[in-house]
Design a protein around this ligand. Structure first.
Ligand code: NAD
Length: 351
């Protein structure tokens, strides 16, 4: 039960592949837990476990706020030299299969089509890559983030139009690139920061994104700062220089601590909670697995946009941080308390 913490947390060790990781099932009272597989070079087991717990709890909030009959889970793999990837992912697939449908898994950082293929070969409860699966997951997330940005613009400027607005996208990966494309198509001016310089150059040339050096993006004056890379990037230091009116992006657990949402609110920067704005992929994935159909990007955008509007409206009426309002609303819907291990910052792990 959420009140006590987590329903189940498994430590994964597999000698044959060198796998070490964790699987967290936060809450399955509304339905099976959904959550991707994250593979990162974590500092140590404590950092990996903390990330797993935070992410699985956030997935519960995400599913509840998105009105899905589903709960939250997450699987993290500690990446390191010598890890036998195929064996490790196949082992993970067998663990997921043993859970018998209590946990459905899919992509996350470090886990793409190739890795999902290995997992899906071992279990029915993983997103199949290619035509057999729900498809368009990053596109779904980008459609939701775009709708969330429009909702925030509507509240701050009185119009949701992105034309002539300036947006800084941090991370031009699967979601960031697609978000940049939607924004540019809508007439926005997009600045992009991307640590992979080859990728940065390609996206800039193809879409017309104006590149800024990674690390400098927080200080670029803009209407919207859209974090689409790692979590935990908004903290004491980065918040100080932040020069945007709105923070709205795809990154999960973007606030290092809950209190950072309050700081944004005090500074008059509108934060669209990650658990609401980046729910496009889980909406598409859960509908596919539970109802057997592929929801359109348009409907996903509308759905995420409506939820963002509602949360932002309520936060404005109650003069409170939208992050707090989102957590409270999730909690009200569960009729429960959502305890978070919030004493330590989200680890911004190296990739
Ligand atoms: P991705 O790995 O495809 O893209 C992330 C990009 O960010 C990469 O190109 C990477 O080089 C870049 N990057 C990493 N650190 C950076 C930094 N400090 N500054 C600038 N660039 C940096 O990942 P993605 O699938 O696009 O997901 C992006 C974020 O959104 C992640 O936090 C993910 O958990 C979250 N998210 C993704 C989805 C989805 O559908 N893919 C759904 C929900 C949430």
């Amino acid at each position: 039960m959420a009140r006590e913490g987590f329903e189940q947390v498994l430590a994964l060790h597999d000698r044959a592949s060198g796998l070490r990781g964790f699987l967290g099932l936060h809450d399955t009272r509304q339905g099976p837990a959904f959550g991707g597989i994250r593979r990162l070079a974590y500092r140590d087991e404590k950092a990996a476990l903390l990330d797993c717990l935070r992410l699985s709890k956030a997935m519960t909030e995400k599913c509840v706020l998105a009105d899905l009959p589903a709960g939250g889970g997450k699987l993290v793999i500690m990446d390191r030299e010598g890890l036998d990837l195929e064996r490790a992912y196949r082992h993970v697939g067998r663990v997921v299969e043993q859970l018998g449908g209590r946990f459905y898994t899919g992509p996350d950082m470090g886990t793409g089509q190739r890795e999902l293929g290995w997992v899906a070969a071992e279990t029915r409860y993983a997103t199949q890559p290619g035509d057999a699966g729900p498809g368009l997951l990053a596109e779904s997330t980008a459609a939701g983030v775009f709708a969330g940005i429009r909702a925030a613009l509507g509240q701050v400027f009185g119009s949701p139009r992105v034309a002539e607005r300036t947006v800084v996208v941090q991370g031009l990966g699967q979601v960031g690139e697609r978000l940049a494309a939607l924004l540019i198509e809508g007439g926005a001016h997009v600045f992009g920061a991307e640590v992979d310089s080859e990728r940065a150059q390609r996206v800039s040339a193809e879409l017309g994104v104006e590149l800024v050096p990674p690390g400098s993006e927080f200080r670029v004056p803009c209407d919207v700062f859209a974090p689409c890379a790692q979590g935990g990037i908004l903290h004491d230091l980065s918040l100080e220089g932040l020069a945007s009116r709105i923070v709205a992006g795809a990154a999960n657990n973007v606030l290092a601590r809950g209190i950072d949402g309050d700081r944004l609110h005090e500074r008059g920067i509108l934060y669209v909670p990650d658990v609401v704005i980046c729910s496009g992929a889980v909406i598409r994935g859960a509908i596919f697995h539970l109802e057997g159909r592929r929801e359109s990007l348009e409907r996903i955008g509308e759905r995420v946009g409506r939820t963002c509007e509602r949360i932002l409206q309520r936060a404005a009426e109650e003069d409170e941080s939208p992050a707090r309002v989102a957590t409270r609303e999730a909690l009200e819907r569960l009729g429960d308390s959502l305890d978070a291990p919030d004493s330590e910052p989200t680890p911004a792990a190296p990739r």
